[in-house]
Design a protein around this ligand. Sequence first.
Ligand SMILES: Nc1ncnc2c1ncn2[C@@H]1O[C@H](COP(=O)(O)OS(=O)(=O)O)[C@@H](OP(=O)(O)O)[C@H]1O
Ligand SMILES: [Mg+2]
Length: 356
Amino acid sequence: MASTEYSKELHIALLAVQRATLLTKSVFHSHAKGTLDKADASPVTIGDFGAQALIISALQHNFPDDEIVAEEEAKDLRENSKVRQTVWDLVQNSKLSDDAAEKELGGAIASVDSMLDIIDKGDSKGGSKGRIWAIDPIDGTKGFLRGGQYAVCLGLMVDGDVKVGVLGCPNLPVDDSQPLTEDIGADATDAEGKGVLFSAVQGKGAASRPLGKGSLANESTIGMKPISNISDATFCESVEAGHSSQSDSVAIANKLGITKPSVRMDSQAKYASIARGAGDLYLRLPVRKDYVEKIWDHAAGDLIVREAGGQVTDTEGKRLDFSHGRTLKENKGVIAAPKDVHQHVIEAVMSVLGSK
Ligand SMILES: Nc1ncnc2c1ncn2[C@@H]1O[C@H](COP(=O)(O)OS(=O)(=O)O)[C@@H](OP(=O)(O)O)[C@H]1O
Ligand SMILES: [Mg+2]
């Protein structure tokens, strides 16, 4: 592998997200359909803990001095031995089939107690200094549970700036050119041709490759689709009306002359989908004034879209600011669009939200 800036970080992040995403898929298959009482926890809980443990263990092996901001903590596992054992069994059985890659990630976690300590290493406060990884082990909880879109998310920030981003999207089509449709998220799990790893390094563009089970070869460069007429745009938004205002998005679409209905999908799969040109815009419009977005819900997607030729800001046109700890407390909502139309979209957003 050529050694350029952040190439080791990218390589390890891809392998770590690949291994964790495969774990979440196995949880979906073994726990989603009727065995919940045995596990005494929801599959999302088991998948979240397992994926977080695997990613942090790989990061600690390779970058022991880096800090980590991750969504979960081990408290519930420490208190519930049945769930703890379920997660531990799963983590022990989640190995990449490529032995050399598994070795690069540091191999197996030594014991159940070290697994708990590893999960709790994601408690950094974040901030504007140093190297900090942001992890969302299962983003799009509801999507995961319904067999739709979800993403395993990992980003590296250096002094508050995102340098590397990786998204594991097991239920998106491998084919970058497949257009988004209304039902792309429904019942997609394990259908033929599904499962993608997206990545970006600052200044080096964005790429996709099949999630697969083995090597990371077959990378393709991705880019946003040029839009000649904004009224032809396809926009994505959250499935959950509580996460993004669906009435405001209709008003903004009207203002832009967009007639196509939105494509609703859970998770950072929205960022990935527009970055590969399968859709054009991502609107995340605040519903509750008091909600602050979390950095792990946006770090990887923000970089992947910007490296694919897009711009990502909040609803007032300010870049997302990852230097304020675990949240994006200086931003409200997210607007992602191809660079050359982004300002036009922001004007429509501000005129709709400003007139409320
Ligand atoms: N009120 C409110 N407003 C905005 N965002 C919220 C809100 N509440 C939660 N969240 C976060 O949304 C994350 C999932 O985002 P999605 O775009 O996938 O939403 S949805 O799943 O389609 O509903 C979700 O991430 P996960 O918990 O990892 O799924 C939350 O961090
Ligand atoms: Mg999330």
